[in-house]
Design a protein around this ligand. Sequence first.
Ligand code: G6P
Ligand code: MG
Length: 215
Amino acid sequence: MIQEMRAAIFDLDGVIVDTAKYHFLAWKRLARELGFDFTESDNERLKGVSRIRSLEILLEIGGMTLDDETKSQLAVCKNNWYVEYISHMDASEVLPGAADYLRYIHSRGIGIALGSASRNAPLILERLGIEALFDVIVDGNKVSKAKPDPEVFLRAAAELNIPPAGCIVFEDAEAGIEAALRAGMGVIGVGKPSILYKADAVIAGLHQLVIITLT
Ligand code: G6P
Ligand code: MG
């Protein structure tokens, strides 16, 4: 249920920036090295999913079973490629309306946090030049349980010093919507209503809120 928004918690990948295309390139490269194909529709299954779980899904698609040691080596290899791709990003890759909306709600005294599963979040924020827009940053380096566990959002609320019921989460992944609901927060889905139907409301992107709130 959506109540008065005292704090906003934003997922990063798919809400602030489209990194899915870089994850896709790196996973596809790994699949090719392992001898099978990986499609864009396969990539949909990895959104909001942790790095190691993503690898397990990829191996499932390729019909492969590997030991933990090999899996962690492959995860490192994929991440090295991914980091190489995202190192070339710049401010032009911030999704439309995202920076304006964050500045707008900041001007209304609303606390702003990042709540992302990604361990690469600090690098991405630095490349985009938007770290300063967040009061609090909680990413995959700070939490031990992946979404749909609510840990990342509960920690963000605690660091902002706002009770969960006063927080609204912005999420593009089903696992993230589930995590926000389990945290007792309001949740706006960013993407397709057919996929994000459990959210309190669904928008196509933050640019839609800029039109509503700034005009
Ligand atoms: C986000 C993305 C996922 C990614 C996860 C971990 O949730 O949507 O596709 O697997 O972060 O990202 P990382 O950068 O730590 O591999
Ligand atoms: Mg996401």
